[in-house]
Design a protein around this ligand. Structure first.
Ligand SMILES: Cc1cc2nc3c(=O)[nH]c(=O)nc-3n(C[C@H](O)[C@H](O)[C@H](O)COP(=O)(O)O)c2cc1C
Length: 223
């Protein structure tokens, strides 16, 4: 059984994975491989923590990964939410996949770009209708007086949109996380974990395609 909160110093799991040797794949291949392995063991493998910045410092929340290719990671949100506004003012972003059930995490640093409208349209169109209406009505991260208020607004929108497709609202869409650093972490015995970080081969911090092997060098880090 997991220890209760008053036994935090005694709460620990031991890790005992196969040694994670020098990866010879490009970061995209390795991330795809780890994602597919997580998909067999983790309840929501596409849940990732994203951290953004404003004048007061960083803040973090979970969003769902909805696309992955050489350009980076795609997720969807409200552009007027706290994170949406923060990213449009300062695109610096960090992402973490907490795949503890695999004794793994993946850490990413990069820059967020507003996704192409066609990409947002395409994903919005396949969302369940209830989610489409919810996104239309929600003013994410703004105060609301009550749950009843939200429901009243939802019901009004649902009635108004009855019998027709829900158009994607302008305030809702994707961000694509372009990457300049990505670390793969595998837990090991004695807290002597394996860490391999892909950094830009030229020593810089410009984002690069994840399938471009020449753009990356991989370095082992002390745990
Ligand atoms: C498992 C999980 C998945 C979530 N997925 C999303 C998502 O894909 N997009 C989103 O905007 N919020 C998602 N949320 C809600 C966010 O964590 C957050 O509460 C919301 O986006 C407001 O964040 P902000 O005020 O920092 O902008 C998810 C929450 C959880 C727990």
């Amino acid at each position: 059984m997991t220890e209760p909160v008053d036994r935090l110093p005694q709460t620990r799991k031991t890790y005992d994975s196969a040694v994670f040797e020098h990866p010879d794949a490009a970061p995209l291949d390795l991330l795809r491989q780890w994602y597919d392995e997580a998909a067999d063991h983790v309840r929501e493998p596409n849940a990732m923590t994203v951290s953004t910045l404003d004048e007061w410092g960083p803040s973090s929340r979970i969003v769902l990964l909805k696309g992955l290719d050489e350009r980076g990671l795609l997720f969807f949100t409200d552009y007027d939410s706290a994170k949406g506004r923060q990213l449009q003012a300062d695109p610096r972003i960090a992402v973490n996949f907490p795949w503890q059930d695999m004794e793994r995490q993946v850490r990413i640093r990069g820059l967020a770009e507003v996704a192409a409208p066609e990409d947002s349209d395409a994903y919005f169109a396949v969302r369940p209708r209830g989610s489409q209406i919810g996104a239309t009505v929600s003013k994410q991260s703004q105060p609301v007086t009550s749950r009843e208020q939200m429901q009243t607004e939802y019901d009004a929108a649902a009635a108004e949109l009855e019998g027709r497709d829900v158009p994607r609202p302008d305030h809702w869409g994707g961000f694509r996380v372009r990457v300049f650093e990505i670390e793969f972490w595998q837990g090991q015995q004695n807290r002597f974990h394996d860490r391999w970080v892909f950094r830009r081969a030229d020593g810089g911090h410009d984002v690069a395609d994840l399938d471009d092997a020449s753009a990356w060098e991989v370095v082992r880090l002390y745990p």
